[in-house]
Ligand binder design. Structure first.
Ligand code: PLP
Length: 264
């Protein structure tokens, strides 16, 4: 049967991580778990393991445009999720793609560093995201270190970063997993002045792909039609469970378990 799919389609524009912890694999798994269909378009390739990233290569813009246009021409895209873009040119490319998807929710995960700390793009890429992509995004999901880079406030609190960034974007979720508070505080800021603080128990260990998991789950929830605050809560709860159940298959960080074990 053609032209029928009960699961909303989410176009993912993200990098590939061959360790399977982050990037497009995280997107695909998290979206399947929400009951969505992922359409994964590659923006960049990375060389990395569960410890850190050693290299990356951003794809030619023509290749990314061609992938996205093939998806858009064929599938009913209900939301878009952005992960690693890697270059300022890729930021412009995504903007061009979004012009074909007016009104479609856009979740921007401003990826600049791998979980192990290695760079996945210069800070200029973050500034270009802030200036060019934030205005067309529904929400961005930086962790506190990313929010500090984007806000150019190296020591800033989440509140201070939000104040600096909200003129660019309607909603901002600053996650607290990298902070030093006893509990993790994930703070949702909206331009209309509303604020939510979703706190959760801090889990031990460090994780590879937690940000990708969260942003993808959120894009899936928006694709399913959930309202923003409820979609954020569902995505945070889901992500927390994937971290609680995480495993360490390599020498480095834990990888979230995004799918149940009994899928076979
Ligand atoms: N996207 C790609 C392709 C990556 O390789 C990484 C980290 O290694 C990320 C995104 C960000 O990962 P995290 O979700 O741990 O912030």
């Amino acid at each position: 049967m053609s032209g029928h799919c009960s699961r909303p389609v989410v176009l993912c524009l993200s990098g590939h991580d061959p360790s399977g912890g982050a990037g497009l694999q995280a997107d695909i798994e998290a979206l399947i778990a929400q009951g969505c269909h992922a359409a994964p378009a590659v923006t960049a390739l990375t060389v990395q393991d569960t410890v850190n990233v050693t290299d990356f290569r951003v794809l030619d813009r023509e290749w990314v445009l061609a992938q996205a246009h093939a998806v858009i021409a064929d599938l009913p895209v209900a939301a878009v999720k952005l992960g690693m873009l890697g270059s300022v040119e890729m930021v412009e490319t995504v903007l061009e793609i979004m012009q074909k998807l007016p009104g479609v929710p856009l979740v921007c995960d401003p990826v600049l560093r791998a979980g192990g700390g290695g760079a996945l793009g210069k800070d200029e890429v973050g500034y270009a995201m802030r200036e060019r992509l934030f205005p067309v995004s529904t929400i961005a999901t930086p962790n506190l270190p990313e929010a500090r880079i984007l806000a150019e406030l190296p020591e800033g609190s989440a509140d201070e970063c939000a104040e600096k960034l909200l003129p660019f974007i309607r909603h901002l979720l600053i996650t607290g997993g990298h902070g030093d508070e006893t509990e993790v505080h994930n703070r949702l800021y909206s331009r209309d002045g509303s604020r939510y603080d979703f706190s959760c128990q801090r889990l031990p260990g460090s994780y590879h792909g937690s940000g990708c998991t969260l942003a993808s789950a959120l894009s899936g929830r928006l694709a399913l039609g959930e309202d923003l605050a409820s979609a954020v809560k569902s995505a945070l709860d889901y992500t927390w469970r994937t971290l609680r159940d995480a495993e360490a298959p390599g020498r480095g960080q834990y990888i979230p378990r995004r799918l149940p074990l009994d899928l076979a």
